[in-house]
Design a protein around this ligand. Structure first.
Ligand SMILES: [Zn+2]
Length: 289
């Protein structure tokens, strides 16, 4: 790692991100259809023929085939390579942001703390997409992202220089436990479920990945964002349901106006990972003066 320049690792992380994106394409296609993720191996949805490995490379495979399947020449949606490219860009962004925007990419990145931040950001940025999509659509957060985040955070904390293993453990238990307690109190007060357990596990993961301060900041900023965006959205929904009352068969949307909280957490977390400590210093200065 001593002599390998940053640009090389940026390409590696772009490729890794694109592979994750390719896996997401598989999940998005197979999960709602109840097909296992691993078996059968990737096959053409139209003629059911196996797709050879050489066409399975993210982005490159699609360009190679010029957007048509090799077996039956059916068009393959451009959405797939675009999704892969976006995930690739997020992967490269994780490293470049950790190196510091404007870092010289011809030089190697030696600071282990920056590598720890890059690993954390990679997880946060690429995990944000499934949290947003699945929580929005199915109102749940997959354990592979939330509980997976706790495991990833504890593992990354072993890299010297960043969040220590103790800070990681403390972050997971206090951030997760605190939110659980908040949810419990809110549920008692409002007499209805106020906080999903998925959010608790997700925030515990953020505590393990970023430490307690940044996880708490993520919760606060995400809540503020939620309030700012939810008020006009709830108004819009109220107007819609009023308009629907006049009709004979109002469309079924019993949880209209209810927005899942996971996406707000997921979008806020990468920013707090990068600038949470500065935000905390700024806040301290603000209240001490
Ligand atoms: Zn085919």
């Amino acid at each position: 790692m001593e002599e390998i320049p940053l640009w090389y690792w940026l390409i590696v992380l772009f490729g890794t991100g694109a592979c994750v994106g390719s896996f997401y394409n598989v999940i998005v296609y197979r999960m709602p259809r109840g097909i296992s993720l691993l078996n059968p191996p990737s096959h053409c949805p139209i003629c059911k023929k196996r797709i050879p490995l050489r066409y399975n490379f993210p982005i490159v495979g699609w360009i190679w085939l010029r957007g048509k399947s090799a077996c039956c020449k059916q068009p393959i949606s451009i959405i797939y390579p675009i999704g892969e490219a976006l995930c690739g860009l997020l992967g490269a962004l994780a490293l470049y942001a950790a190196a510091g925007f404007g870092a010289d990419i011809t030089k190697p990145m030696l600071d282990p703390e920056k590598w720890a931040t890059a690993a954390t950001l990679f997880w946060l940025l690429l995990g944000a997409y499934p949290v947003c999509a699945i929580d929005y659509k199915y109102k749940l957060i997959p354990d592979s992202i939330s509980v997976g985040g706790i495991v990833a955070g504890l593992l990354i904390s072993l890299i010297p220089g960043g969040v220590t293993p103790f800070q990681s453990l403390l972050g997971a238990t206090v951030a997760g436990g605190g939110l659980y307690l908040l949810g419990w109190i809110a549920t008692k007060l409002l007499k209805k479920d106020a906080m999903g357990f998925g959010d608790v596990k997700l925030l515990a993961g953020y505590g393990a990945l970023m430490g307690l301060t940044c996880a708490v900041e993520t919760l606060i900023v995400a809540s503020l964002l939620g309030v700012i965006l939810m008020v006009p959205y709830a108004k819009l929904m109220a107007r819609k349901s009023k308009a629907n009352k006049g009709r004979k068969n109002p469309p079924e949307n019993e949880d209209a106006g209810q927005i899942p909280f996971g996406p707000f957490l997921a979008v806020t977390a990468p920013f707090m990972c990068l600038w949470g400590n500065q935000l905390f210093d700024f806040y301290l200065k603000f209240i001490l003066e």
